[in-house]
Design a binder for this molecule. Structure first.
Ligand SMILES: Nc1ncnc2c1ncn2[C@@H]1O[C@H](COP(=O)(O)OP(=O)(O)OP(=O)(O)O)[C@@H](O)[C@H]1O
Length: 232
């Protein structure tokens, strides 16, 4: 099995902080895994996701994504790797409210040539429609502006946007925090099915320990972060 994400002796401190926020000796996520990363509010989950996505750069130590050491890449190449290989589902979804659900999804591939290429035999709009349908949106809902959709529907649009063009890794940062349990479990099931269909790795972050039984692998951040206890 090849590796999707590998951390080695990762250290990270925000500028001006008294002590490091993250000190992680090692973490490996193999391709195709479904991993839940749990941690209390403020423990550094979003920061860690930002390091893996190459949005922040780490101090000492290594962050490798798909075999590439992010510290050895220029900002431009990190941005390229993120656009092509990482689909990000944000807690607040970050949809453009006056664009249709469908247009929000296809926008993801605009600046991601490798994702567009992977779709090349197919029409991008058709693929977006297929994903939105698989995630439970009707054709009418797919044409509605995002702001007219329910929170659960917006979340599915955000998931389809992340999945379009089969990026290697989906990073989901607390995307279910606004849902009740039934909708939450339903969403996770659909997300697993969509990831399985395109062999995408899933790194799903939450503070909600009750999600753990739904995932084949669950990691508590405080158990891998040697700097953890001081920060929460
Ligand atoms: N841009 C930033 N500059 C400085 N400090 C930051 C920045 N972003 C986050 N922090 C600090 O880093 C710590 C961890 O924040 P982070 O958002 O990574 O935690 P989290 O586990 O994702 O929290 P939550 O579950 O509440 O979203 C917090 O103390 C926060 O104040």
């Amino acid at each position: 099995m090849s590796t999707c994400v590998e951390l080695n002796r990762l250290q990270f401190s925000w500028p001006g902080a008294q002590s490091p926020l993250l000190s992680i000796p090692s973490l490996t996520v193999t391709r195709g895994e479904r991993v839940l990363l749990r941690g209390a509010s403020g423990s550094g989950k979003s920061t860690l996701l930002g390091l893996i996505a190459g949005i922040h750069t780490s101090g000492p130590g290594q962050v490798q994504v798909l075999g590439q050491d992010l510290a050895n890449l220029s900002q431009h190449r990190r941005d390229r790797l993120r656009a092509n290989e990482i689909g990000y589902i944000f807690q607040q979804f970050n949809l453009l409210p006056y664009l249709s659900a469908s247009a929000n999804v296809t926008l993801a591939c605009q600046f991601a040539p490798a994702r567009r290429e992977r779709l090349q035999q197919h029409d991008i709009d058709q693929q977006a429609a297929m994903l939105l349908t698989r995630l439970g949106l009707t054709p009418e809902q797919q044409q509605q502006p995002a702001h007219q959709l329910s929170v659960g529907q917006q979340q599915r649009v955000a998931a389809a946007r992340a999945l379009l063009g089969s990026p290697a890794l989906i990073i989901a940062d607390e995307p279910t925090s606004a849902l009740d349990q039934a909708h939450r479990d339903d969403f996770i099931k659909l997300l697993f099915e969509a990831c399985d269909a395109q062999q995408t790795t899933l790194l799903f972050v939450t503070h909600d320990a009750t999600l753990a039984p739904l995932f084949p692998r669950s990691i508590e951040l405080s158990e891998i972060n040697e700097a953890g206890a001081a920060n929460v």
